[in-house]
Ligand binder design. Sequence first.
Ligand SMILES: *[C@@H]1O[C@H](CO)[C@@H](O)[C@H](O)[C@H]1NC(C)=O
Ligand SMILES: *[C@@H]1O[C@H](CO)[C@@H](O)[C@H](O)[C@H]1NC(C)=O
Ligand SMILES: *[C@@H]1O[C@H](CO)[C@@H](O)[C@H](O)[C@H]1NC(C)=O
Ligand SMILES: *[C@@H]1O[C@H](CO)[C@@H](O)[C@H](O)[C@H]1NC(C)=O
Ligand SMILES: *[C@@H]1O[C@H](CO)[C@@H](O)[C@H](O)[C@H]1NC(C)=O
Ligand SMILES: *[C@@H]1O[C@H](CO)[C@@H](O)[C@H](O)[C@H]1NC(C)=O
Length: 540
Amino acid sequence: MLPLWVSVVAASALAAPAPGAGGQRRGAIQAWPDAPNVLLVVSDSFDGRLTFYPGSQVVKLPFINFMKAHGTSFLNAYTNSPICCPSRAAMWSGLFTHLTESWNNFKGLDPNYTTWMDVMEKHGYRTQKFGKLDYTSGHHSISNRVEAWTRDVAFLLRQEGRPMVNLAPKKTKVRVMEVDWKNTDRAVNWLRKEASNSTQPFVLYLGLNLPHPYPSPSSGENFGSSTFHTSRYWLKKVSYDAIKIPKWSPLSEMHPVDYYSSYTKNCTGKFTEKEIKNIRAFYYAMCAETDAMLGEIILALRQLGLLQKTIVIYTSDHGELAMEHRQFYKMSMYEASSHVPLLIMGPGIQANLQVSSVVSLVDIYPTMLDIAGIPLPQNLSGYSLLPSSSEMFKNEQKFKNLHPPWILSEFHGCNVNASTYMLRTNQWKYIAYSDGASVLPQLFDLSSDPDELTNIAAKFPEVTSSLDQKLRSIINYPKVSASVHQYNKEQFIKWKQSIGQNYSNVIANLRWHQDWLKKPKKYENAIDQWLKSHSDAKTI
Ligand SMILES: *[C@@H]1O[C@H](CO)[C@@H](O)[C@H](O)[C@H]1NC(C)=O
Ligand SMILES: *[C@@H]1O[C@H](CO)[C@@H](O)[C@H](O)[C@H]1NC(C)=O
Ligand SMILES: *[C@@H]1O[C@H](CO)[C@@H](O)[C@H](O)[C@H]1NC(C)=O
Ligand SMILES: *[C@@H]1O[C@H](CO)[C@@H](O)[C@H](O)[C@H]1NC(C)=O
Ligand SMILES: *[C@@H]1O[C@H](CO)[C@@H](O)[C@H](O)[C@H]1NC(C)=O
Ligand SMILES: *[C@@H]1O[C@H](CO)[C@@H](O)[C@H](O)[C@H]1NC(C)=O
């Protein structure tokens, strides 16, 4: 059911480079002024598997299907960190999360990093951004960062509102996510006014909030966003009968880190099948609305005669579990959370091509530079996607620096009580935690277990150990975990000092207040214990 049995159409494009290609990293796309325009649309929380399976069986996504027919789809694209800010930091910088120390939604990219858009601007591109950005440090709620810093404290508190659905009162409402539609309109207007008669190539970014769930006002303003909200108009695009109810492991058999996630997301209580199906239906309907925004901007390009001159890329920062594995949101390496859509369409891009090689969001940076004909710097974490999607490269085999057959994803933020590392290669998904010793790793064979219900790490020790070795050759993950521990403590102490006398009051009233206020002394003591403890014993 996963794309793994889809034939490797791209094999020819990924063959070994021809000798004598020299230092020339790129060849076929001509440099400016013939460089194409680029439009990048990035949605939030779109499960990438929907672009191929169950896709149109469960929800109508006409514009994603249009991009598939007219372009190249990457069937195994992943986020480098399954949460907004760190994921976006990796996408904009072209660097893995640990290299930029984008540890959580508060700590993203610092101002001294150069984005691909900065580079394209320097090389003559007109640049413009609309909508959600969220890749730099300093944003998101206090709760969000304090939860991330205190994930090693020995307590278990519900931090999120219970996931729920909410139907817009007006049946025919199309523009449910008004902010996103406004930003889409602004992007379309910009194309009309500023880009259509320009001789300079442009790169336009549109960031959408959808299909990210909405805030849950009934849980109070401190809670996160756990409301799946849509209208009947969008629900009509969903085939209710095709919605699968995900299988859950019994609570007692869950991986301890998954249990922590599920608990802090307030999902360990009882959910009826109907409730789960509804949440999933509303999520899919929100995906349909996202698709329509993508459609609005594609149609504008067509009307303005720009479609033939513009490379359109659609992706998302991460996915949405929508009750798979007894969770909503992301922050997990399971497919629903870590698998992102990645579609490319435009001049020189192969139509109706499906690429099954694993790729990830750090590949956007070199791809952008490649499209613009800009030489790539040496120290990027990603690889250009043009060799596997461009018509020019189909037979030329010019590329030296081909994408390796693995991708790395890591997570260091809230709702997960150990730094997490995923190595995705062939049919395997290997997930290692923390120092590599204190938490059991996970191994899934996606070809036989697409729902990731059976951890086979202990059953296949050779595979596990060779994947672990491979992972360690890419990232010294015990060391990274130790530095995140250190960072979390330092940040927490700094924050505590900054609020002085108000500490007890402020900490009690964060998102976890329902639980905290039952035993405030106990939880404060747990924090004191953690601050006193020598977590550095774990340091490698
Ligand atoms: C940005 O600054 C941080 C420290 O402030 C440093 O660790 C990092 O290497 C710098 N990155 C770049 C690209 O200059
Ligand atoms: C968490 O879920 C329980 C039911 O399982 C509910 O009673 C409680 O109000 C929820 N908490 C929040 C903050 O939504
Ligand atoms: C494009 O045309 C509009 C008027 O239709 C004008 O305001 C704008 O300055 C023009 N832009 C360029 C780059 O020529
Ligand atoms: C994470 O939380 C779970 C649930 O409380 C606990 O069983 C597990 O030991 C914790 N893991 C770590 C590494 O702290
Ligand atoms: C990458 O290399 C470029 C020079 O090629 C340098 O300017 C930049 O700071 C480097 N970035 C990092 C994160 O090392
Ligand atoms: C503590 O809280 C009071 C009242 O809410 C506020 O006026 C004061 O600025 C706060 N102090 C600090 C250090 O945040």
